[in-house]
Design a protein around this ligand. Structure first.
Ligand code: OSB
Ligand code: MG
Length: 374
């Protein structure tokens, strides 16, 4: 395709409820959107960076600069752009995977629109509905947590993930398990534990958790492998898996038995599909993680979750869990059975609310491809 222009926007969006993890609390999201205009169509991507470089090395500000100064010039200089070609086009830029994913995913979206097929179909997806779970942040009290879990269960969500950290773990699992002995329950530590906590982590086995997500260092495979040997509960890696090779290393070393795939963390659809295929071949189940996305990122997550090996409920949930008003139309809704219906219209399948986006925009930069060429 021939790209006409790229528009980069930063939106300021307030979460309905603050979201706390072991690495910090988020109230206001700084959402970075990439719009790729080509052949009269617009494809959209969302950069899943946090406001601070706490989850990984990137932040909204580093991604803004990387996209504007590095990725956009590479993309507009390339002669035949497709989503699948983006990793090659961006190869010279090391890391910065969330910045790359935002641009690549927008290209996939516009490409699907040009071909008049749903994005999920272009990715090779096979599902008409996806199963949903929720991620429940660290709460100020056990009472508050129990209320949140109760609400999520009554809304039909098929798996409850509890954010945990030292001092907010076994007591909370005990309380939740006592009240709901049979629900699918997991936890996510976001690297809050160390190897000296191994004895403590083995006590998590009592609670019949589906998995323990990223208990140790964000860049580690070896010590997770040591820990996995001591646990009955499956370890799921999130932060540690940056690409297909990481997934292969983790599987080979038995550092985990489940993998969380996040589009931003791995650099976009191409790499996400590569990880998916590698895990499918090796019998390692995957699920789609979330990064408190607006509707744009959420719709990409829905499309990805339709691939065959996404056999566990993901952290892809309804717009209204996060936003008073989402920037897509219709917003993402979850059925009483805890499922999202995958749209069948070309592209991502959700309209973008341009008026609302304009109102929420705090900075904007438009780069015309022609201006760069001449
Ligand atoms: O580790 O999965 C994580 C949110 C921000 C950063 C990291 C994570 C999360 C979540 C929320 O768990 C998932 C969601 O978007 O619902
Ligand atoms: Mg996680």
């Amino acid at each position: 395709m021939k790209i006409d222009a790229i528009v980069l926007r930063e939106l300021s969006m307030s979460l309905i409820h603050p979201f706390a993890t072991s690495f910090g609390e988020t109230r206001e999201r700084r959402v970075l959107l990439v719009e790729v205009r080509a052949e009269g169509l617009s494809g959209w991507g969302e950069c899943t960076t946090g406001e601070h470089p706490y989850f990984n090395e990137e932040s909204t500000d580093t991604a803004w600069v990387t996209i504007l100064q590095e990725l956009v010039p590479l993309l507009t200089a390339a002669d035949d752009v497709t989503g699948g070609k983006c990793p090659g086009i961006f190869r010279g830029v090391r890391g910065n995977r969330m910045a790359k994913a935002a641009v690549e995913n927008a290209v996939w979206d516009v490409e699907a629109q040009m071909r008049r097929i749903p994005l999920y179909e272009m990715l090779g997806g096979v599902r008409e509905t996806i199963v949903c779970g929720v991620s429940i942040g660290i709460q100020p009290s056990l009472e508050k947590l129990m209320e949140k879990v109760g609400t999520a269960i009554s809304e039909g969500y098929q798996r409850i993930k509890l954010k945990c950290k030292p001092g907010w773990d076994v007591q909370m699992f005990e309380a939740v398990r006592n009240k709901w002995p049979d629900i699918r329950l997991s936890c996510d530590a976001n690297s809050a534990y160390r190897l000296r906590d191994s004895d403590h982590l083995t006590t998590f086995d009592e609670f019949n958790l589906l998995m323990i997500e990223q208990p140790l260092w964000a860049d580690d495979f070896y010590f997770h492998s040591m820990l996995q040997q001591r646990l009955d509960t499956a370890i799921c890696l999130d932060e540690s898996i940056r690409n297909r090779r990481d997934a292969l290393a983790a599987i080979e070393m038995e550092s985990c038995r489940i993998i969380n795939i996040k589009l931003g963390r791995v650099g976009g659809f191409s790499e996400a599909i590569a990880i998916h295929n590698a895990t499918l071949e090796r019998g390692i189940p995957v699920w789609c993680g979330g990064m408190l996305e607006s509707g744009i990122g959420r719709s990409h997550n829905i499309a990805l979750s339709t691939l065959e090996n996404f056999s566990l409920p993901g952290d892809v949930s309804a717009s209204r869990r996060y936003w008073a008003e989402d920037i897509i139309e219709p917003e993402v809704t979850v059925s009483p059975k805890g499922e999202i219906q995958v749209p069948n219209t070309p592209g991502r399948g959700f309209e973008v609310r341009t008026d609302l986006i304009e109102r929420l925009t705090v900075r904007k930069e438009e780069i015309k491809a022609l201006a760069l060429v001449s």
